[in-house]
Design a protein. Structure first.
Length: 283
């Protein structure tokens, strides 16, 4: 009588199955990132206009960039500009803002806008208010155990006639691919670090923005092996960059959370209030 033999796994079969699993996960992640790239930011306004809001014409200034990414500020600023149009404001085209700031004030970067006053910028641009933006994080980190994509920014709307901040909000968003249970545990323990506090404190215009210290996780994916997590993270980064949607899900989630707190503008009601009504004389 033959003794029972334990079933042994063929290493080649196991490796092949692992590769298929990683490939399927990678394709799913890239598909989700690409789907998020569908233009929807400037969709129909979801809030009613506020006819009593004195701010209607707005210019979104170049962003203060505290990251090493050159394209990040441009992408985040563009997204905020598009979403703000859905809040009943008349938002000056970015290219017009940039041209006027360059030709009349010599401003091309966000930190240069901090060297003058919002009143002066507002007079130059001819708007009711200006939006200052601060980009703190726009990167992805791959370590194998803990692989994170993170975007964090803060914005404030400043009345160009008084210099008063009428609204401000900040938020950070992360997506994590954790290798094994250890990586998941590291994710759960991640908090605001001392270096991040120092970064926020060093930027005068950002330090008092509500929510600037907050992080929100939109995805935490765990894998069986550390190597799988690293491959997924690197593969997603490469493909999303090739498709021009790198960090798009994180950026849109962050901007959506920030813009949702922005007070509604007056919309067309502002034009109606400012248009003189002629009352015909009685004969």
């Amino acid at each position: 009588m033959k003794g029972r033999q334990g079933a042994s796994r063929d290493p080649a079969v196991t490796t092949s199955a692992t590769r298929r699993r990683v490939l399927l996960l990678l394709l799913s992640l890239v598909f989700l990132a690409t789907a998020c790239a569908t233009p929807y930011r400037a969709a129909r306004p979801s809030v009613r206009p506020n006819p009593f809001n004195p701010v209607y014409t707005v210019a979104v200034l170049p962003m203060y960039n505290a990251t090493n990414d050159v394209g990040g500020p441009r992408e985040v600023r563009k997204g905020f500009h598009e979403m703000m149009q859905g809040r009943h404001y008349s938002v000056m085209p970015l290219e017009v803002v940039d041209q006027i700031l360059l030709e009349q004030m010599g401003i091309t970067l966000g930190d240069q806008a901090e060297l003058t006053t919002p009143e002066e910028i507002g007079r130059t641009l001819g708007v009711d208010a200006v939006v200052y933006g601060y980009l703190l994080y726009f990167d992805d980190i791959t370590t194998g155990v803990y692989n994170v994509k993170q975007v964090k920014a803060g914005f404030k709307l400043v009345d160009a006639r008084t210099g008063a901040t009428v609204w401000s909000k900040g938020l950070g968003v992360k997506s994590v691919i954790a290798g094994s249970a250890v990586g998941v545990g590291v994710t759960a323990l991640k908090e605001l670090t001392a270096s991040e506090k120092e970064l926020i404190e060093a930027i005068e215009g950002a330090r008092d923005i509500p929510g600037i210290e907050d992080w929100r996780y939109i995805r935490v994916l765990g894998t069986e092996k550390i190597e799988e997590a690293a491959v997924l993270s690197l593969g997603e980064m490469v493909f999303t960059k090739l498709l021009g949607v790198h960090l798009r899900p994180e950026t849109d989630a962050m901007l959506g959370g920030i813009v949702s707190t922005l007070p509604a503008g007056p919309g067309s009601s502002r034009l109606l209030r400012e248009t003189p009504v002629e009352i015909p004389e009685r004969e």
